[in-house]
Design a protein around this ligand. Structure first.
Ligand SMILES: Nc1nc2c(ncn2[C@@H]2O[C@H](COP(=O)(O)OP(=O)(O)O)[C@@H](O)[C@H]2O)c(=O)[nH]1
Ligand SMILES: [Mg+2]
Length: 648
């Protein structure tokens, strides 16, 4: 967008019902924003109206006309999102009225920072002292808000008086409006969806960020539907691409109108994830009733409305005019990112209570207390680096991708990439196959692994180490596998622990057994060695050992280290004997093409039971393969389970 002067702006109306907002839009643009039949019949704006016109400077302004009725605040909010300039319309004959105040209250929580107070119906006021009184009220009303010091322009939408002066003022105000983020991911809060003959599905809205071009593939959230852009219009013209800060109408392929509703968001694919839990900073309006912990609220974000509860983390209630960091738990998911403004209304009665901004759109569920407040506060005051770090920390053992981060921390892709690179170089973050994890998460998992290994050695000192499966379950649970494998590899590399076959042990750990246990151990090994191809069963060995507990320990230790192999429940061979049988089987098959159970029985001089069990075992470990009544060798047998190495 270098050298590109912004030419498209969006202006919104605001103000009490019947003060002439729609009439003013018509006077400015020639377009009647009350497009619904019911609106024309009742002479009242029900839903949002849209118009556009060219300012003397050549800028083109889109106008969103909102309803003033108190029951239609929800529609007003959907229309006010994303506007650059507001026209707060006040009828000069009536002065400041309830929705004048409420609309202004709402606007204070939105990012719009420029506005003009339009004193309309000036033709109805003859008494100059009345007008002076109304102006005094207006000055008092806007004091302390973004409209303080803004121009107050007197007009009559009916006679046209003052309209050209208003247009001049608008043009001047727009000089100071900054450009929008065209390079950011697309984000279009949908305020209308309809079908048009010959086109199909169309959605409209004020484009918050990015550019929407014909041919783009986008995603509609929270449904997660992929859509394709067939055409784009902006401020009354067909364009190759709609850009941030303008009104756009997008013709979509891949979705029906009835699958879309106001509040949905059209976004760049894979960037945003709907959320129903957010860390926020919230402020209550000075005149609003206090909100207790877990108060039911309506939250307005973008063009969406969601019902939820406000979880106050550090106090029983939020008083009028007060501010706090808190969590919002929603009943439906919204699309949100750090820094997004929102408005809150009470669930019932429906009055505007306050608003705030999103600090973290994907936080963990937080307990009440100072620690949670501190964690949220820290995230809210820091730059993209710290926000990236905190977001990755919050992602914990699940980790997060870079695309998700862009949305979560609401920074540009370049900023996030830069932060990730710096933090990774500093060792704060680790990227494991495209997934980011925090060093603290790493350290916590590494610590847990060490603790579990130590605990296991204490508990069962006679065993070579903890089975890998058990270790993962105990030290890690159900996090991302990539993380676990990586951390384990790292602490193995550091020399703290060792992998020994299917086990993990503290480096150099040697199993410890009592003298009695060692005697039993030798006994088991000798009996199996001597038993050769017809070894004693497990229970026979146990009987001979007399001490059941000591026997179980030694039996298990020998099995762990694969000195002995239990090929079927209770049937045990000495490892070396089993290897000998394997050679015999291979030799027999080499000589005769295959081997049968009877063949092996005869060759070993053992019983049919042993021969059969051994061959079935070889089948399961894929040494042999059964073909009818015979066995052949598996083509490329994997290396047979090696005897666990106990040398370090
Ligand atoms: N006399 C006079 N009437 C006006 C003026 N502007 C609007 N009206 C009338 O006021 C009523 C409400 O206007 P409308 O634009 O629908 O108000 P909105 O509810 O704020 O959109 C209509 O009957 C308009 O004709 C004005 O400048 N002078
Ligand atoms: Mg109206």
């Amino acid at each position: 967008m270098k050298g590109n002067v912004r030419t498209l702006f969006v202006v919104g109306t605001a103000g009490h019902i019947d003060h002439g907002k729609s009439a003013l839009v018509k006077a400015l643009t020639g377009i009647d924003p009350d497009r619904l039949e019911e609106e024309k019949r009742r002479g009242m704006t029900i839903d949002l109206g849209f118009a556009h016109f060219d300012l003397p400077s050549g800028r083109r302004a889109g106008i969103v006309d909102v309803p003033g009725h108190e029951r239609l605040i929800k529609n007003m909010l959907a229309g006010a999102t994303g506007i650059d300039l507001v026209l707060l319309v006040i009828a000069a004959d009536e002065g400041v009225m309830p929705q004048t105040r409420e609309h202004l209250d709402i606007l204070r929580f939105l990012p719009v920072r420029a506005g003009i107070v339009v004193l309309n119906k000036i033709d109805l006021v003859e008494d100059p002292s009345w007008l002076a009184l109304v102006k005094e009220d207006v000055v008092a009303l806007v004091a302390g808000t973004f409209l303080e010091g803004s121009p107050i322009v007197e007009v009559s939408a009916k006679t046209g008086k003052g309209i050209s002066a208003l247009v001049q003022t608008m043009d001047q105000m727009l000089d100071r409006i900054p450009a929008r983020q065209v390079d950011e991911p697309v984000r279009l809060p949908v305020d209308r969806a309809f079908t048009m003959a010959g086109f199909g599905t169309i959605v409209t809205g004020t484009l918050w960020s990015g550019r929407i071009a014909v041919g783009d593939t986008l995603e509609l959230l929270p449904q997660g539907t992929q859509v394709r852009v067939r055409g784009v219009q902006s401020h009354g013209q067909t364009v190759p691409a709609g850009i941030a800060g303008s009104r756009v109408a997008v013709n979509l392929a891949g979705i029906e109108k009835n699958e879309i509703e106001r509040g949905n968001v059209l976004v760049a694919p894979g960037v945003f994830r709907p959320t129903d839990l957010m860390d926020v900073r919230i402020r209550l309006l000075a005149g609003a009733p206090a909100l207790p912990h877990l108060a039911r609220i309506r939250l307005y974000l973008g063009s969406d409305e969601a019902i939820g509860r406000l979880s106050l983390l550090d106090r029983p209630r939020l008083e009028a005019g007060g501010s706090a960091v808190a969590q919002v738990r929603l009943e439906t998911s919204v699309v949100a990112a750090t820094g997004d403004p929102f408005v809150i209304r009470r669930f019932s009665p429906m009055i505007t209570a306050g608003g705030g901004e999103v600090i973290n759109a994907h936080p963990p569920r937080r307990r009440r207390g100072a620690a949670s407040i501190a964690a949220i506060e820290q995230a809210s005051v820091t730059g993209p680096h710290a926000r990236v770090e905190i977001a990755v920390l919050d992602a914990g053992r699940q980790g997060t991708g870079v695309e998700e981060l862009v949305a979560i921390v609401s920074a540009s892709r370049a900023q996030v990439d830069e932060a990730v690179a710096t933090l990774t170089a500093a060792g704060q973050l680790a990227v494991i196959r495209g997934h980011l994890f925090h060093r603290k998460t790493f350290d916590a998992v590494a610590g847990a692994i060490r603790r579990e290994v130590d605990a296991f050695h204490n508990d069962q000192p006679w065993r070579v180490g903890i089975p890998k499966e058990d270790l993962k379950l105990k030290a890690f649970g159900s996090g991302d596998n990539r993380l676990y494998a990586h951390v384990l590899a790292e602490i193995v590399a550091s020399g703290a622990v060792q992998e020994v076959g299917e086990f993990v042990r503290r480096s150099g750990y040697a199993p410890v057994s009592s003298q009695q246990e060692l005697t039993i151990r030798e006994h088991i090994v000798r009996m199996l060695s001597e038993g050769r191809f017809a070894p004693p069963a497990r229970e026979e060995l146990a009987r001979a050992a007399e001490d059941g507990v000591a026997f179980d320990r030694m039996f298990r230790a020998l099995r762990d280290e694969r000195t002995i192999v239990e090929i079927a429940p209770g049937i045990v061979f000495h490892h070396d004997v089993l290897e000998e049988i394997k050679q015999a089987v291979a030799a027999e098959i080499a000589a005769h093409g295959s081997i049968t159970v009877a063949g092996l029985r005869d060759r070993l001089g053992t019983s049919r039971k042993y021969a059969l069990t051994v061959l079935e075992y070889f089948d399961t470990i894929k040494v042999t393969r059964r073909v009818g009544d015979t066995r052949v060798l598996v083509k490329h047998p994997p290396a047979s389970a090696e005897k666990t190495s106990l040398e370090s």
